[in-house]
Design a binder for this molecule. Structure first.
Ligand code: SF4
Length: 63
C-alpha cells in the first residue's frame, strides 16, 4: 500500500465499482468506457485499497 494509485486502462472493463466505492479518486469516463484516476489523494489509502481489492480484473495498483 502507498505510492500513487493508477489504473491500467487496457484491462479496465468499466464496471464502475471503483467509481462507486471511491468517487473522490475514480470517475467513469463515458468517452473511453473506462474508469480513470481524477484525484490520487481524494481518499485515504485504506479507502483506495478497498477499491483496489474490489476491482474484478485487478487493474488498479499502487505505483
Ligand atoms: S473496478 Fe476495475 S474494472 Fe471496474 S471500473 Fe474500476 S478499474 Fe475498471
Amino acid at each position: 500500500m502507498g505510492g500513487t494509485v493508477t489504473i491500467n486502462e487496457d484491462e479496465c472493463i468499466g464496471c464502475e465499482t471503483c467509481c462507486e466505492l471511491t468517487p473522490g479518486v475514480f470517475q467513469f469516463d463515458a468517452d473511453s468506457g473506462k474508469a480513470k484516476v481524477v484525484n490520487p489523494t481524494g481518499a485515504s489509502d485504506d479507502e483506495i485499497q478497498a477499491a483496489i481489492d474490489a476491482c474484478p480484473v485487478t487493474c488498479i495498483s499502487w505505483e
